[in-house]
Design a binder for this molecule. Sequence first.
Ligand code: S3P
Length: 443
Amino acid sequence: MTYRVLINGPQKLSGRLAVPGDKSITHRALILSAMAFGRARISNILTSTDCLSTLDCLRRLGVEIELDGEDAIISGCGLTGLAEPDDVLDVGNSGTALRILPALLAGQEGFAVITGDRSIRKRPVDRVLKPLVEMGAKVWARDGGRLAPVAVSGGPLRGIVYRLPVASAQVKTAVLLAGLPASGRTTVIEPVTSRDHTEIMLEYLGAAIAVEADRHSGERHITVTGETQFQSKDIGVPGDFSSAAFFLAAGALVADEHIEIINLGLNPTRTGFIEVLEKMGGAPESTELGAVAGEPVGSVGIGRARLVGTDIGGSMIPRLIDELPLVALLATQAQGRTTVKDAAELRVKETDRIALTAAELNKLGAKVTPTDDGFIIDGPTPLKGTAVESHGDHRLAMMLAVAALSATGATVIAGAGAVDVSFPDFFDRLRQLGAECDRIAKE
Ligand code: S3P
């Protein structure tokens, strides 16, 4: 659904809340439970459009999935037990599904076509198809193998050793998943650590996986032994750190007292934003309270802070890739210059997030200069409400809502309905913290 949201700033927020289940972990829980044997309950799944697209694709592949509120009960089909779909699989806006489903299907008998929305059909898929072809997969895609629709004609695969050319958890996951039904071993060499939810969940499910870190280079070698079936197990999904990050940024910018997010996933491969908040002079306090299905869980609180500029790049980038538009926003209110580099991947997200983060924040009065692989932001600049646009990108919609809370005057966010992709209740949760935001019926 597409609608606009009006926010009159500045506003002050405070309070405590939980955010919905983690998007990356929900995708993996659904897909790995489909590849397991047995019936399991996955609790607190994210029921946003992205994850429901994956769920729908799995149902089309013959997986029985019952939804019970925020829980999904899945009966797994085993490593190669999926049915041939009788229609095209539609991943909607989900980049994770676009990259993982070809890998899941490459090792199964049957023919399948995968496509998605306009944004998805512009996102590179060759990064996944290349290693799959090395494993013996028969796959095709538009634009010389680069773009969806993707066609897969499944069959036997063989294990490979694959060094990731880009730090991408989606590519890592795709190769490991294709390795599960393959003959022999499959090793992914990861020069820079990306989110490791797949490794954690495979270990939790008892699959044949080994992770070794090279002490000298810091590279991780992740190996799965093929043709080793595993059983399903109940999985709990913690709150999504990337969704919580919008409230943490709001806390640093406009907290009245304190904002606290509870039941939150605190996997260190995801929480780089906490370290950046600290580097910028904020004082986030995180408390780890235990683990759910191998994933650390806890809470993070934050108050308003006087921010200073910082430099971000290198191995930090994959640990906060989805939070970089928020870093740019924080930097507009920080004293001095902030630079973000080594983040060229942002150009191939749901939108070109380098170009659009800069363009939309600049409409509000910011000084954000896009570079090939990041931004240069000079702050502080007072933000002044105006008309801005999500361009259909959920994270831009939410970042702009936080910007509007700290701006003076009225901001109207067009395409605000994009939040449904990862956080359908986003504006309700903002209201829960005291924000006033009005939905304007139609675009
Ligand atoms: C994701 C990995 C990241 C991230 C995306 C979700 C995942 O993408 O940006 O939102 O679930 O594995 P890349 O793997 O392309 O970096």
